[in-house]
Design a protein around this ligand. Sequence first.
Ligand code: G3P
Length: 217
Amino acid sequence: MKFFVDTAEIDAIAELNELGIVDGVTTNPSLIKKSGRDILEVTKEICALVDGPVSAEVVATEADAMIAEGRKLATIADNIAIKLPLTWDGLKACKALSAEGHMINVTLCFSANQALLAAKAGASFISPFIGRLDDINLDGMQLIADIRQIYDNYGFETEILAASIRTVNHVSEAAKIGADVMTAPPEVIKKLAQHPLTDAGLAQFLKDAEAAGIKIV
Ligand code: G3P
């Protein structure tokens, strides 16, 4: 499973990148707002930092304007994935921009039928939002499973990018289903390393090492 970081915070991306676990980055207008940075500047810095796809989202809502924005975003770096919302106009822009050879991440996906359309329109990634479905008492993980089944049934190569991940369980459940990619905030990715039995076990080992006078270097 590829790990994307869902943030526009340079320091957080750099810290995770040191561990070699960052396969890409996703941003959206809310994350750009949170960073307080100019979208073109911060996206350029992120693209220089990571080798994999960096999703940058358009803000236009009409297809021709989305295409113009997408082309501009794509000039930032070779690893830009143009992020388009799952609307009819977004699908038209997806068709046009993917035909030009750009990577496209179709976002705000909340149904299997939307995911089917995005794949047929040439999306490189489909972003189903798990957490936001869970927020309204629907089953975000079931959507990941439904899309996996449909894409496998027909051999679609669009990668399933599990998004709106809020918990560590979201990550392992999406991995079990076979999502190709997950994108999560840095704090969720760091929590993947935590387990109370690891902490308790280490505390005991350190106590015994001290009692035994163990010194290695
Ligand atoms: O990748 C999409 C993600 O940023 C949305 O997450 O937590 O705002 O629903 P959230």
